[in-house]
Design a protein around this ligand. Structure first.
Ligand code: TA6
Length: 279
């Protein structure tokens, strides 16, 4: 079942319920902010202080970082993680394929507003398949006459039992940029958490596993060469907007990305697809 809902402040979202899962997707940012499989704990984390306000990114779920990840390298005054996550997208298609599977497709096109931030013509399509797996597909098409370069991330916040109980597998020996020290290092073994972690792993191709005491979440990426792993830990969490002091305990970001050296150049009239499958 697919229902368009509206909050008291006019914030619109799509509610999806089928026999395998439920999900909520905000039109602002094409932002999946809830995904839960039947009889399970939510897969995605959502801050209990999340803003559902226009022009402010929701804290949690899957913010779409596009057409740049992190700080804009040409102009640090531009919004962190680009503008796709704070603009209202157009619902293009919504369909219950069967009792277990729902397809949602949203579109963002260039406008005078986007042009003032990033001077290119584009079309961005976000396809979501909600079932016992969550498939997210971000398709960038260059409608301009000239090539353009993007970095991007599906900035997934995962719901975990406790940050000290989890490990991330699949990044062993991968090079990474440590955003906290600006050092380039290599991963040794599983990623475990006893302090703030903010790392951009490069040349990632294998499936990433989030091992939690009560379940394993599998993240299979295609069209993605980077993976970002982030937990703010105590001090950074206290400074973050829309995060309660202990929020760091129950969340972990593992982001399907193309960031830093793994930027993507898209020729005129060509497309690039970033796909993440969460199971
Ligand atoms: O992806 C990790 C990161 O870049 C962190 O450095 C932190 O800033 C996080 O994203 C959240 O960023 P936001 O702009 O959503 O507050």
């Amino acid at each position: 079942m697919i229902t368009i809902k509206e909050m008291a402040n006019g914030f619109q979202y799509i509610e999806v319920k089928n026999d395998m899962a439920c999900a909520n997707i905000a039109l602002q940012g094409a932002h999946i902010f809830h995904y839960v499989r039947q009889e399970e704990e939510p897969i995605l984390w959502l801050s209990d202080m999340s803003d559902f306000e226009h022009d402010k990114s929701i804290r949690g779920g899957v913010p779409i970082c596009w057409p740049w990840f992190g700080m804009n390298k040409r102009n640090s005054n531009l919004p962190q993680h680009g503008f796709a996550r704070t603009l209202v997208w157009e619902l293009q298609n919504s369909e219950d394929r069967d009792k277990n599977t729902t397809h949602i497709s949203l579109k963002l096109s260039d406008s005078s507003e986007t042009f003032s931030l990033w001077p290119y013509r584009f079309e961005l399509i976000f396809n979501i398949i909600i079932s016992d797996t969550l498939v997210m597909e971000l398709i960038t098409t260059n409608l301009d006459e000239k090539p353009f370069e993007i970095t991007q991330a599906l900035h997934s916040y995962f719901n975990i039992s406790d940050i000290t109980n989890v490990a991330v597998q699949g990044l062993d020996k991968k090079p990474y940029f440590d955003a906290l020290t600006s050092k380039h290092l290599h991963q040794e073994g599983d990623v475990i958490f006893d302090k703030e972690v903010d790392r951009v792993y490069q040349n990632v191709s294998d499936e990433i596993l989030l091992l939690d005491n009560f379940r394993t979440i599998r993240i299979k990426n295609e069209g993605s060469s980077s993976a970002v792993v982030w937990n703010p830990w105590i001090e950074k969490c206290a400074r973050m907007s829309a995060m309660s002091e202990d929020a760091y305990l129950g969340m972990l970001c593992i982001e399907s990305a193309n960031a830093m050296e793994n930027c993507i150049v898209i020729a005129s009239q060509n497309s690039h697809t970033l796909r993440a499958t969460i199971s």
